[in-house]
Design a protein around this ligand. Structure first.
Ligand SMILES: [Zn+2]
Ligand SMILES: [Zn+2]
Length: 176
């Protein structure tokens, strides 16, 4: 007797493509955050990318992270406070690499799945890239309100997969 394959056991498309984005993120060599992203056009995978140093340049695992300190406005309860944050600027962000390695024509009307909510610069670039929908998993608080209003302004669907569980081998603790 063969085991019945229940349709309810089958991965939905969001899970399917986010799982791939997480597997792609395991290629990242920045210990602070592994970000993966995929370009999807009509259920077809047209590109993958992760955060990393330019090709042929030492990455974070070889030369360490390139840390800068930045002052950031953070909401603490009802008050805004300036907080000093450390960021690694060695890598090209996953979304930026995706734009560097895909064609405009493949992006028109497409969906981008990305493990992490895009930062302001990536969101700004994606807003001008032809992408119609962005689906992300982990939230990223910095400039989140600005990113959300930009997406609204551009009419880009911006979805958070809040209940999604990444594959065990691809999850990591991010340093924010
Ligand atoms: Zn790094
Ligand atoms: Zn970014």
């Amino acid at each position: 007797m063969t085991e019945e394959f229940q349709d309810s056991d089958r991965k939905d498309w969001d899970t399917y493509f986010m799982d791939i984005a997480y597997m792609v993120s395991t290629r990242s060599r920045c210990p602070r955050r592994h970000v993966g992203t995929v370009l999807v056009q009509g259920k077809k995978l047209l590109g993958t990318a992760y955060n990393g140093a330019p090709m042929g340049v030492a990455d974070c695992s070889e030369d360490g992270c390139m840390i800068v300190e930045e002052l950031e406005m953070t909401q603490v309860g009802d008050t805004e406070r300036m907080v000093k944050k450390q960021r690694c600027i060695r890598t090209i962000h996953a979304e930026q690499n995706l734009l560097l390695f895909t064609d405009r024509i493949d992006r028109e009307g497409s969906t981008v799945y990305v493990t992490d909510q895009p930062c302001w610069t990536c969101a700004n670039m994606l807003a001008n890239s032809g992408v119609r929908e962005i689906v992300y998993h982990r939230a990223y608080a910095k400039d989140s309100d600005k990113v959300i209003s930009l997406m609204r302004l551009k009419g880009i669907v911006f979805r958070n997969l809040a209940h999604y569980e990444p594959p065990a081998q691809a999850g990591m603790n991010v340093i924010s």
